[in-house]
Design a protein around this ligand. Structure first.
Ligand code: NAD
Ligand code: ZN
Length: 358
């Protein structure tokens, strides 16, 4: 079993990574939680695959675990669903000495973490992430949130779990598109911080599946280091947004329906690197290395046809555009990233959407 210790101002906890770890989840939770009551929050896909097994494992060591099962998908990260979850917490008599488990992808993790952080001003919380994206990204770092009709993740908090249990075996049931989606974030970690990881990924999907424990561990380690140094996302943590400025704008432009988050980030990483190569910040050939890796994981690299003015406006109203300056994450080369402060007056020159210009 691989163990990664996360040391934050809020608490100190471990991420445990091992194939098959969920089979012993009851015993593992027993080591860190002495009371009886647990509320598991999950979605119906994950419940039908793993719900019975996990509940049985928890019951076998004497836990009284009830369950809230959400509809799968981003729509569940809403205030209405949050209210249902609070009601279930009351029905299940959850107190501050109970435990909440978020079992699922990033949607379940973000919503259950936010519910845990706010109910009775905070109930202990465990993450069991079941998508690749959740295992390498959303379950680490303590960001929990729900969406508002006017935007994603607009209401949230920083709330760290008391433990994270990652079982890479559950990725076997994940839809291929969701696997690629998570791979975009894995590629991002290599691109911003770890050239060795980036090069290993060129070996392709089979290599990744064979070495999945190590790869997840490496990604979690990178996020751990960055988050520990900048918990509140004012500095170095912004590096994790590589590819996300254009990526978020693309997701929004297409109403969150055409591209997954990872696909949009993939195009964002490639296109911003083409732009930064042009202004001489990035070593020539870097965009092409990114393109080659994205293609290996069935991720798009070329921007679709877009109205360049409209996408630029979307970029400029992003919440990370602070006081006339846009913090762009650029690569100097593969494995070395930097925060580049772009005056918004220069944004039209920088964001050269090339052949899509109207
Ligand atoms: N908190 C953070 O730091 C952070 C970071 C990145 C993304 N996010 C959030 O994460 C969310 C996206 O997460 P996601 O991509 O995991 O989506 P998701 O939670 O919707 O999961 C994707 C799909 O996979 C299914 N699924 C989950 N695990 C499965 C498994 N093992 N086998 C089969 N099917 C499975 C789910 O039911 C769902 O249909 C977004 O809301 C995003 O804002 C948060
Ligand atoms: Zn992302």
């Amino acid at each position: 079993m691989k163990v990664l210790n996360i040391n934050t101002q809020q608490n100190n906890y471990n991420i445990y990574i091992e194939k098959g770890i969920l089979k012993n989840i009851g015993q593992l939770v027993r080591k860190i939680y002495n009371n009886r009551k647990i509320l598991i929050i999950t979605d119906s896909n994950v419940n039908s695959l793993y719900g019975v097994q996990i509940r049985a494992s928890l019951a076998a060591v004497g836990f009284d675990a009830s369950m809230v099962v959400l509809e799968p998908g981003e729509n569940s990260k809403s205030f209405n669903v949050l209210l249902d979850v609070y009601n279930e917490m009351i029905c299940s008599e959850i107190s501050r000495s109970s435990l909440i488990i978020g079992l699922g992808g990033g949607v379940v993790g973000d919503l259950s973490g936010f519910a845990a952080s706010t109910f009775l001003r905070g109930v202990p919380f465990i993450q069991i992430p079941t998508t690749l994206l959740a295992q390498v990204d959303s379950s680490i770092g303590g960001k929990v949130a729900v969406n508002l009709p006017s935007g994603k993740n607009l209401v949230g908090s920083f709330y760290h779990p008391v433990a994270v249990y990652i079982d890479p075996e559950v990725l076997g049931t994940l839809d291929k598109r969701f696997f690629s989606d998570g791979m975009a974030e894995v590629i991002k970690y290599g691109a911003i911080k770890n050239p060795k990881l980036f090069n290993q990924l060129s070996a392709g999907r089979e290599y990744v599946l064979e070495n999945i424990e190590d790869i997840i561990y490496n990604c979690c380690s990178i996020k751990k280091e960055v988050v520990e140094r900048d918990e509140r996302d004012f500095g170095e943590r912004m590096l994790l947004n590589f590819g996300h400025t254009i990526g978020h704008a693309i997701e929004k432009y297409f109403d969150y329906s055409t591209y997954t988050h990872g696909e949009a980030v993939a195009m964002g990483m490639h296109s911003i690197t083409e732009m930064s190569e042009k202004i001489g910040i990035t070593q020539q050939g870097t965009a092409s290395s990114i393109k080659n890796i994205l293609m290996k994981y069935n991720l798009p690299w070329e921007l679709p046809e877009i109205d360049s003015q409209k996408i630029l406006r979307t970029i400029l109203i992003d919440k990370k555009n602070l006081g006339g300056t846009l913090n762009l994450i650029l690569l100097k080369s593969i494995g070395e990233s930097t925060i580049y402060k772009l005056n918004t007056h220069d944004s039209e020159n920088f964001f050269d959407f090339g052949r899509f210009k109207n």
